[in-house]
Design a protein around this ligand. Sequence first.
Ligand SMILES: *Cc1c(COP(=O)(O)O)cnc(C)c1O
Length: 374
Amino acid sequence: MYIPYGRQCIEEDDIEAVVEVLCSDYVTTGPAVAEFEKSVAEYTGAKYAVAVSNGTAALHAACLAAGIKEGDEVITTPITFAASANCVLYCGAKPVFADIEPDTYNIDPTKIEEKITSKTKAIIAVHFTGQPCKMDEIHEIAKKHNLFVIEDAAHALGAEYKGKKVGSISDMTTFSFHPVKHITTGEGGMVTTNSKELYDRLVLFRSHGITRDERFLEKNEGGWYYEQLDLGYNYRITDIQCALGISQMKKLDRFVERRREIAKRYNEAFSDVKGIQIPKQEADCHNSWHLYVIQVLDRDRKEVFDTLRSKNIGVNVHYIPVYKHPYYQKNGYERVCCKNAEQYYANAISIPMYPLLSKEEQEYVIETIKEVLV
Ligand SMILES: *Cc1c(COP(=O)(O)O)cnc(C)c1O
């Protein structure tokens, strides 16, 4: 039996919810989209939410709404999925990488400050593994330099920063509903915001830049009439997916609770194992534990990784520093070096973390890792 590092949890009532939509009048943009948006907005405490086709589209739409364009720079972390930086390239702008903290693995606010130039327009903070970044410090820097703050919360649905749910804190926050994330819609994404202006722009970019909204039309020639006001995309999500999302949102607290139990057990099991570094947790935050990463300190990471895979444990590595990918190396990033990120990458192993991981499976993972490391 193979234990993956992450997987979805889809139950009978989730399936029924999807089937119900399949038999209804709407399969794409219908009532389920608005209901899913409302559910995520209420949960996170954000005023507005815009559902889109995936987490990458959410990031792209957020960058567009922030007005990121050619000549701009946007600061983000190298320890993330490539999409957190690619969305900046989509806008013709330049991602700039600021190094991580060696203990939380999140972007280091003091390193952000060092990267700011007259071209800097925004910061994309990624809550790596579900642990919120130091948002007060990041907001202070943003305020001082007049920058947008976008949170990539693909790992952090259900996480809390100083008593507030992630999703209600910055200009915009993006989520992903890919099957390994906290809830799934197959593919899916969301942007939350408290700004009506940003909300209107997000809605426009989601659907070709086209609107029928009277408030925005330059003129109105009749009931058929619409206008394209900007260059948008088809980033719409279907009602089929949103029905699954609505059903999954009802289970989110249970899923996050189970992830926290699993993390607690890993923390206990590994806290005094020589050669393993467990992730430091910020005191004023609640991690929602998308991933659990151990650092293997005095052993060859590849050897440990291969041994665990051979014992049917689906370990993984999150992430290769984004600028190390050939595309980035060939496009001006060959001299970039974030020391902490590279050190982290050399030792990191993600171990199984998902609600359906059983107690027995987790004990097998723990025992096997201890065995391999002694
Ligand atoms: C999953 C993920 C994304 C992209 O989400 P998709 O829905 O797969 O497009 C972006 N950023 C991070 C940090 C992610 O983990």
